[in-house]
Design a protein around this ligand. Structure first.
Ligand SMILES: Nc1ncnc2c1ncn2[C@@H]1O[C@H](COP(=O)(O)OP(=O)(O)OP(=O)(O)O)[C@@H](O)[C@H]1O
Length: 205
């Protein structure tokens, strides 16, 4: 479903990932951990197609991708509902989009904030909005960067349960980065640690 094969990536001349291989089969759920700056987000961005590897390949299986990376690009002049509508536009037909957007705003506790613009929302609300959009597309591949940051215990649990449900019902493949391990207990995700090594980054499963 997702394969990064012998990927190397430098950013501004500085090597970040070197000769890294990672394979996820359909339905796999993997959480990347590792020290700050080791390249977890870079790897996720390559998986999402936002960054291209310098060397190596990234192959994604067929189907839809749901993506909530750090600093979700919300449009400041649009409301939460309009942002959802915009983020779903590529994946969901217009006839059902608005209803789906409202359902997922509700699932993430944002029904009352549908008319808020991003500047009127807290960090946790903006995070939940980005996660709502990523889950609402019914993704075959779900990429989440720190999905639990800015969320209190309750919302961490809700997000973990919603991701778990998608994984079980649809066989969604999940690759995420998280420094918070407690909510992962509800998910049963495999942990993959990224560690620096003389040859670049080593993956430990
Ligand atoms: N746009 C950029 N310009 C310059 N350097 C960058 C840029 N993006 C990432 N880097 C560098 O690439 C390296 C890997 O960054 P990345 O965000 O992938 O690490 P990370 O493991 O996700 O860190 P954290 O856990 O702190 O989020 C870091 O040294 C970072 O400084």
């Amino acid at each position: 479903m997702l394969e990064l094969r012998r990927v190397s990536k430098s950013i501004r001349g500085r090597p970040v990932l070197r000769d890294l291989t990672l394979r996820l089969a359909k339905g796999d759920m993997v959480c990347l951990t590792g020290p700050s700056g080791i390249g977890k987000t870079t790897l996720l961005e390559i998986a999402a197609g936002i960054r291209a590897p310098d060397i190596g390949t990234c192959v994604r299986g067929p189907g839809r991708i749901g993506c909530a990376l750090q600093d979700a690009p919300l449009l400041p002049w649009r409301t939460a509902l309009e942002n959802m509508d915009f983020m779903l536009a590529a994946a969901v037909p217009s006839a059902t989009r608005s209803e789906l957007a409202r359902t997922w705003l509700e699932n993430l506790g944002l029904a009352d904030a549908a008319a808020y613009k991003p500047h009127a929302m807290s960090g946790g609300m903006r995070r939940r909005l980005a996660i709502a959009a990523a889950l609402a597309v019914g993704p075959d591949l779900l990429l989440l960067d720190e999905p639990f940051s800015f969320l209190d215990d309750h919302w961490q649990r809700v997000v973990a349960q919603l991701v778990h449900r998608l994984n079980q019902s649809r066989g969604t493949t999940v690759l995420m980065v998280s420094h918070q391990f407690e909510p992962l207990r509800h998910l049963g995700a495999a942990m993959v640690a990224m560690d620096p090594s003389p040859d670049g980054v080593t993956l430990y499963t």
